[in-house]
Design a binder for this molecule. Structure first.
Ligand code: HEM
Length: 499
């Protein structure tokens, strides 16, 4: 670690990095590693200097500092403009990238779409989509084929979200939409990684691909919205309907364009996140057969071979702990950023206006002051901690304060239902020799994905059943023989992720 720069009392300390370049290269090569090292070497507020318009960057690792930024002083710490601009190109003025009174009104109008009753009603779609995937995995297992867990979780999560957004309309247009989402998100990833990129008006091949994908999404979304507006018949109870019918006290609602922007926001903000969470959970479970065994025991006792419902979730506390612990070690949104409008302080350190402030759930979730054995995967630590963890901002996979994720209940519900069904039917084994390395982007992905083989559990084949819950003896799960993947090491990728 380099010598700290000379400081006045209130300047945050930090590594000098290389001559001229400062910390630019270490950020580019492995941003999460650089931040983690920064915290270890310099404490809870670290200043990184470097070459390029991003720097200086301030990194805040302590839960108290995160609380100051996301909650207490959130008005002075809006999202970083260049990150929001990237989102805007994709989703328009959606919740994720709007600010001020406009954001507040949109948040109020979107809130009914995430009412627990409605989110619960999506449970059946979640288990149906998971059942279809497990059928395919069963076929793959019979022919000893490998599965691409990252890709399959992404498609599963998109299908769940599409169903929740558009009900039956999704089935009709899913192929076109899924393809367009994949292309648009691929191009968006590249844009997020660059501080400066050519404006969309320049017809580069990447810009053209992006514009085409966005156009196909718009075509379908506007078509469905317009069909609903003119159809006087009964409408499905889905997210789109909730957005279209939401009104303020004065009776005003969203314009068609605003509805489109929020639909796009949910589509992009709500599927890669869940997919990342599930992929990392399966990765961890494949490396911890003893944890998987306890999950199997729990589902056998509570569900037997019955498809789980949302009402079963409170009876599955171990799966809840697995999800929490997995989101702790691998939070899908591993980095967010804010930029103060005025000079401010955080934990007593100066933060000049206009600078980039990074917060990383990945680093804070491993802060040794709050997490004993921080790198260990130990779902049982949550027995003592309860829902909040050791500090409200020591565990914040869904962020906090007014900009907290609007889809947290949706995401948690989906992760738990999917994992419960997986535990009923399969075990995932990492392919030997396939190293799994975190790759921060819009969400926390994996370089080269997660490739696995699937073993079917012998006794269970989940069926739709109305049989009452009976305790079933713990089943013998098939042993996990997967190789040990590489520990989380160097991560590379864009300097700033999902925000
Ligand atoms: C495991 C799943 C998920 C995780 C880990 C997650 C994480 C997050 C985080 C950390 C933020 C805050 C970003 C910031 O403050 O800069 C956020 C915001 C947001 N998320 Fe999620 N999310 C998940 C699922 C979802 C789902 C399923 C949806 C929608 C269907 C969704 C929609 C949104 C929206 C609209 C925002 C912006 C809210 C606002 O600024 O008012 N998320 N999410």
């Amino acid at each position: 670690m380099a010598t700290p720069t000379v400081l006045t009392a209130r300047q945050a300390p930090g590594p000098k990095g290389e001559p001229v370049l400062g910390n630019a290269r270490s950020f580019q090569a492995d941003i999460l590693g650089a931040l983690q090292q920064g915290r270890r070497g310099y404490g809870d507020v670290v200043r990184f200097d470097g070459i390029g318009p991003l720097f200086p960057v301030f990194f805040v690792a302590h839960p108290e500092g995160i609380k100051e930024i996301l909650q207490d002083k959130h008005r002075n710490f809006p999202k970083t403009p260049f990150v929001s601009d990237r989102w805007r190109a994709l989703v328009g003025d959606g919740l994720i990238c709007s600010e001020g009174d406009f954001w507040k009104r949109q948040r109020r109008l979107c809130q009914p779409a995430f009412h627990r009753r409605l989110v619960n009603s999506f449970g059946e779609n979640m288990t149906e989509v998971t059942g279809e995937l497990l059928d395919r995995w069963e076929a793959a297992s019979r022919s000893n084929q490998e599965v691409d867990v990252t890709l399959d979780m992404t498609r599963l999560a998109l299908s769940v979200l599409g169903g929740a957004l558009f009900g039956a309309n999704w089935r009709q247009d899913s192929e076109v939409m899924a393809h367009a989402v994949e292309v648009a998100i691929g191009e968006a990833y590249k844009k997020f990684g660059k501080f400066v990129s050519l404006p969309e008006s320049v017809p580069t091949p990447a810009n053209l691909r992006f514009a085409k994908a966005r156009r196909s999404l718009d075509d379908v979304i506007y078509r469905v919205i317009n069909a609903r507006r003119t159809d006087r018949g009964e409408h499905p109870d889905d997210l789109l309907e909730a957005l279209m019918t939401a009104t303020e006290d004065d009776g005003s609602g969203m314009t068609v364009e605003q509805v489109r922007n929020e639909v796009m926001t949910f589509m992009f903000g709500g599927h890669e996140t869940v997919a990342s969470g599930l992929t990392w959970a399966l990765y961890l479970l494949s490396r911890h057969p003893e944890v998987y065994g306890r999950m199997e025991q729990e589902v056998d006792e509570v569900l037997g071979s019955r498809v789980p419902t949302v009402d079963d979730l409170p009876q599955l506390p171990y799966i809840d702990r697995v999800v929490r612990e997995s989101l702790r070690l691998y939070p899908p949104v591993s980095l967010i950023s804010r930029t103060p409008q005025e000079d401010d302080t955080v934990m007593g350190y100066d933060i000049p206006k206009g600078s980039m402030v990074l917060l990383s759930a990945f680093v804070t979730h491993r802060h040794p002051e709050f997490w004993p054995n921080p790198e260990g995967f130990d779902p049982d630590r949550w027995i003592e901690l309860g829902e909040q963890g050791p500090h409200r901002f020591a565990w914040w996979p869904f962020s906090g304060g007014p900009r907290k994720c609007i889809g947290d209940v949706f995401g948690l519900q989906e992760m738990k239902l999917v994992l419960a069904m997986m535990a009923q039917r399969v075990r995932v084994r990492l392919v030997p020799g396939h190293a799994v390395v975190p790759k921060p982007g819009i969400t926390l992905g994996q370089q080269n994905g997660v490739i696995a083989t699937v073993g079917m559990r012998e006794r269970s084949r989940t069926t739709v059943s109305t049989a009452p819950r009976t305790a079933v003896a713990a089943a013998q799960g098939c042993p996990v023989t997967g190789a040990q993947a590489a520990p989380p090491a160097a991560a590379s990728g864009c300097p700033v992720a999902h925000d």
